[in-house]
Design a protein around this ligand. Structure first.
Ligand code: ATP
Length: 240
């Protein structure tokens, strides 16, 4: 099997006259934690939406392949069947369902009841706050708790590739630390991760490799640790 889980070649996306992505190449290899960093409006979310086929009507060019096959589907249930899971910006939990029901929804492509319950117990062990509130409606959770739930739900399908869009956005520092702890743990379990983040420091500390996106273009790429030491990255993204 190819070592390439995700390969993007020459991706361009234009919303009417706005060229949000101007021809980017990006790849994520099996087992890697890759981060895509960049300022507001650089085109990061648009890139993720192109992967999941959830773009609004717009002009798209280029190719995206997943495990060696072109990703043509824009049906999210098909993505889950292909073990490609996404936690969107703003979490997207089912607010009128309980926490437990949300986790069960994440496993709807599976039928191993005992395995599903074991996984839920495993996530409750990682996130005790979810366990304490398992019968509560997800809409009553704090932003950080919803982020935890959204991640646990996405992981219930045992994804090959997990896409995370700004998981730290709007969270208190203690929650941000917890979320990054879990991202590292998920990566250590062998799940391939593409992480879009504005918190460049934490993202670069956690990732193996990184891409910097500016105004729709990839302007830098390479080893994440080396980028932490790069004066251009420090000046533009690390406030140094
Ligand atoms: P953010 O962190 O704010 O989400 P981003 O790097 O993810 O930033 P995108 O959301 O991909 O950036 O936006 C890239 C560009 O495309 C921006 O100029 C944005 O205004 C524009 N854009 C995004 N979505 C749409 C849309 N649905 N219609 C028109 N323009 C859009």
């Amino acid at each position: 099997m190819s070592d390439n889980i995700l390969k993007i070649d020459g991706l361009q996306v234009a919303y009417g006259g706005i060229k949000a992505v101007k021809g980017i190449d990006l790849e994520v290899n099996r087992g890697e934690l890759v981060t895509l960093i960049g300022a507001n409006g650089a085109g990061k979310t648009t890139t993720l939406k192109a992967i999941t086929g959830t773009l609004p009507p717009c002009k798209v060019a280029g190719t995206i392949s997943y495990q060696g096959q072109p990703l043509a589907s824009n049906k999210s249930f098909k993505l889950v069947q292909q073990k490609l899971a996404m936690v969107p910006e703003g979490r997207g939990v089912f607010t009128r369902m309980t926490i437990h029901e949300n986790l069960l929804m994440g496993a709807y492509t599976r039928n191993d009841k005992a395995g599903i319950e074991a996984d839920i117990d495993g996530w409750y062990a990682v996130f005790p706050r979810l366990k304490e509130r398992s019968a509560q409606l997800a809409g009553t959770l704090s932003g950080g708790e919803q982020q935890m739930l959204a991640m646990a739900r996405a992981l219930m399908c045992h994804p090959t590739l997990l896409l995370l869009d700004e998981p730290s956005m709007g969270l208190a520092p203690i929650m941000v630390e917890k979320i990054f702890e879990v991202i590292r743990d998920v990566s250590q379990r062998g799940i391939t991760v593409l992480l879009v983040e504005q918190n460049a420091r934490l993202a670069l500390q956690a990732a193996h490799r990184a891409y910097v996106m500016e105004s729709g273009l990839i302007t830098m790429s390479g080893d994440a640790r080396a980028m932490l030491d790069d004066p251009r990255v420090q000046a533009a993204y690390l406030g140094e």
